[in-house]
Design a binder for this molecule. Structure first.
Ligand code: GAR
Length: 190
């Protein structure tokens, strides 16, 4: 892999929960081959476990209450502007942005979703996949547009569903692939 000579792109990662994808993105961003520098972590939940990775790595973090969405988005836009953020990675962020917000960052917001999109958009993907006796599932990194889990696909990874697969085993198997797929997808587009 060629070393990047240009400046790294100021990136914000948005989380709501465990933050295992945030952890893997931080690791990736520290490589000299990575095009991104994570300058900010935003969570909509005060108690998101993943915030610990911002603390450990001394990355500034903000917790934004989304009870009033318009105010929350305005506040975020202001923070992103101050921090000169040019790229956004959603990593288990369970809020859908307004069209107005997304239009401020055309082609600069990406998301990871635990299914082979366009199949199984939305929540509880693993339960639905198993109920339907699917033979495969996987994960997808895609651009974010104003329709949920519908933007252009950047990369996907397929995993096989074994006999007696459970939500927990499938989720673990897919998360492991997510941690590899997200950096690969960023490398592909930046
Ligand atoms: C991941 O499986 C991610 O794909 C999913 O939430 C999990 C977050 O895990 N995202 C969505 O379902 C978005 N629609 P993490 O907090 O450990 O990265």
């Amino acid at each position: 892999m060629e070393k990047l000579t240009g400046k790294k792109i100021n990136t914000a990662v948005f989380i709501s929960g465990k933050g295992s994808n945030l952890k893997s993105l931080i690791k990736y961003s520290k490589s000299k081959y990575s095009p991104i520098k994570i300058k900010l972590v935003i969570s909509n939940k005060t108690n998101a476990k993943g915030l610990k990775y911002a603390n450990i790595n001394k990355i500034p973090k903000k917790i934004i209450n989304f009870k009033k969405k318009f105010q929350a988005e305005t506040r975020i836009l202001n923070i992103l502007n101050i921090k000169k953020i040019n790229f956004i990675c959603l990593a288990g962020f369970m809020i859908v942005f307004s069209k107005k917000f997304i239009n401020k960052f055309p082609g600069k917001i990406i998301n990871i979703h635990p299914s082979l999109l366009p199949k199984y958009k939305g929540l509880n993907t693993h339960i639905r996949v198993l109920k339907n006796n699917e033979k495969f599932s996987g994960c997808t990194v895609h651009y974010v547009n104003s329709n949920i889990d519908s933007g252009k696909i950047i990369l996907q990874k397929k995993v096989k569903i074994i006999k007696n697969e459970t939500v927990s085993s499938l989720s673990k198997k897919i998360l492991k692939e997510e941690h590899k797929l997200y950096p690969k997808a960023i490398n592909k587009i930046l």
